[in-house]
Write a protein that binds this ligand. Structure first.
Ligand code: NAD
Length: 497
């Protein structure tokens, strides 16, 4: 069985240390092994980044951008291969995999603007013969730790921009589906990135802890579940590092009585069941304002959920693949059991789904609960599976109160034709990313991505303008060139005009 290796100093490296199995979730078979880095291997990656950083930092931003232009072309040329690798290890459909790659490429396009983004500000004559400017300088070595659910897109949120800003980057991708991430990193080297500027080290807690503890690593970008995000934020900031740690979610869609229900249903089907619900922006709660809306919604959703085309992600034309691991499937099934026991009405039951020819795959069918209450675990916790919960309320205010009281605040949306209701929702909702008749309001690459409350620890959101701020330090320079003939006496008062 082949082994997914580390990429250190421009070379694929097999260390023969601990390994983990990588499964194809559609078949339930182990397809590869992945190396799990020790502390010594992480140090090797850090040493390589340290040696490469000074020359890269001094490489003109326009030259760095040229590497990103070539990288973008290579990503586009390799879309089919990358989608196949994603689907094989994650389980999502090929079309969905291609979609995440396209959203990742947007971030490479944004990074191509490095010369413009790093321009800084300049003021002439702030005092006699004095000019002042501020610019954005790289931090040095920065690290990214990424989740399984977007093995292409989430790493691309991070390192193209960090590297275009002049940093060296160490990426620790998810050990569950590492192959597409590694292949993409190799394309960046092929595009002309000097060795050592991007290192990919696979691993688990041991590797992550080594990155957190290394004094050479100046900043950590993390995306994953909330308990680990909180841990990384606490441990990283304690050591003086800059940290952005994006965590889990429970995203609500509010359906107003005046909503275009057919369009809302189409939107909800994709947002709740696409990628088998394994998206941090997936809609997992539909909050219906009034029983009429709830009854009509359920009547339209039920047949569509039962008709979902589910199978091996690598086959074409499907709506949904399997969950990522057997443990993920068991967890989702456990939540469905729990919802039934708690008294929610199970309208469509996805448990026990068998896909012909793929009987050992980790499949759960689309599931719909009605009459879910805020006290139930299926409402409070992130299920990360194809389970949609309908909660019935009687007013927009009540819907908003529910959302604002939830511990997560990643994404939300409202379906309505009423501009006043939409405006109130946008103004008052305590969630970082809001859609109006848009179910998955994932910001484009030139805006930034981030939730509120326990969906993000840190001040700066991911990618876009916040990404530039996160991966750079501002330096303000004040410069005076006195005229030769002049001599100024010492001033003991604080300098002012
Ligand atoms: P995870 O937290 O299990 O793993 C994320 C990363 O942390 C992986 O690289 C993993 O190896 C590492 N890790 C796991 N346990 C660790 C530990 N004890 N100590 C140190 N590092 C550890 O998350 P996941 O299951 O891969 O991804 C799913 C989660 O990610 C969901 O909660 C989802 O909502 C969240 N997510 C959030 C966003 C966002 O933008 N907010 C985006 C994608 C996914």
């Amino acid at each position: 069985m082949s082994i997914v290796q580390h990429l250190i100093n421009g070379e694929l490296v097999a260390k023969g240390e601990r390994t983990a199995d990588v499964f194809n979730p559609s078949t339930g078979q182990a397809v590869r092994k992945v190396e799990l880095a020790s502390r010594a291997t992480i140090q090797q990656a850090i040493d390589s980044a340290k040696a490469a950083f000074p020359a890269w930092r001094n490489t003109p931003p326009a030259k760095r951008a040229q590497v990103m232009f070539r990288f973008k072309q290579l990503l586009e040329q390799n879309e089919a291969k990358i989608s196949q690798l994603i689907s094989e290890e994650h389980g999502k459909t090929l079309e969905d995999a291609a979609g995440e790659l396209k959203r990742g490429i947007e971030n490479v396009e944004f990074a191509c603007a490095a010369p413009e983004l790093l321009k800084g500000e300049y003021s002439r004559n702030v005092g006699p013969n004095i000019d002042a400017w501020s610019d954005f300088q790289p931090l040095g070595i920065v690290a990214g730790i990424t989740p399984f659910n977007f093995p292409a897109m989430v790493p691309l949120w991070m390192y193209p921009l960090a590297i275009a800003c002049g940093n060296a980057f160490i990426l620790k991708p998810s050990e569950r589906d590492p192959s597409s991430t590694l292949f993409i990193a190799q394309l960046l080297l092929e595009a002309g990135l000097p060795k050592g500027i991007l290192n990919v080290v696979h691993g688990d807690k041991e590797a992550v802890d080594a990155l957190i503890e290394a004094p050479e690593v100046k900043a950590l970008s993390f995306v994953g579940s909330t308990p680990i995000a909180e841990y990384i934020y606490a441990e990283g900031t304690k050591r003086g590092k800059r940290v952005q740690a994006l965590g889990g979610a429970k995203n609500h869609a509010v359906l107003m009585p005046d909503a275009d229900l057919d369009n809302a249903v189409s939107a909800l089907m994709g947002a709740a069941y696409g990628s088998c619900g394994e998206r941090c922006m997936a809609i997992s709660v539909a909050v219906c304002v009034g029983d009429q809306v709830a009854d009509a919604l359920i009547a339209k959703l039920e047949p569509q959920i039962k008709a979902l085309k589910i199978g091996a992600g690598t086959s074409c034309g499907l709506d949904m693949g399997p969950l990522v691991t057997a443990a993920a499937r068991d967890k989702v099934v456990g939540y469905i059991d729990d919802g039934v026991a708690a008294g929610a009405k199970l309208v469509v039951d996805g448990r026990g789904l068998r896909v012909s020819g793929n009987e050992d795959g980790y499949f759960v069918g689309g599931t719909l609960f009605d009459k879910v209450t805020p006290q139930m675990r299926i409402y409070k916790e992130e299920i990360f599976g194809p389970v949609l919960c309908v909660v019935r309320v009687s007013s927009l205010e009540q819907a908003m109160q529910l959302i604002n009281e939830h511990e997560y605040g990643n994404g939300t949306c409202i379906f309505t034709r009423d501009g006043e209701a939409a405006r109130l929702f946008c103004d008052e909702i305590e969630v970082g990313m809001v859609g109006v008749n848009v179910p998955l309001p994932v910001p484009v690459a030139y805006h930034s991505f981030g939730g509120w409350k326990r969906s993000l620890f840190g001040d700066l959101h991911a990618y876009g303008p916040d990404g530039v701020r996160f991966y750079t330090r501002r330096k303000a320079i004040t410069q005076r060139w006195p005229q030769r003939a002049s001599h100024e006496a010492s001033q003991f008062a604080f300098p002012s005009l």
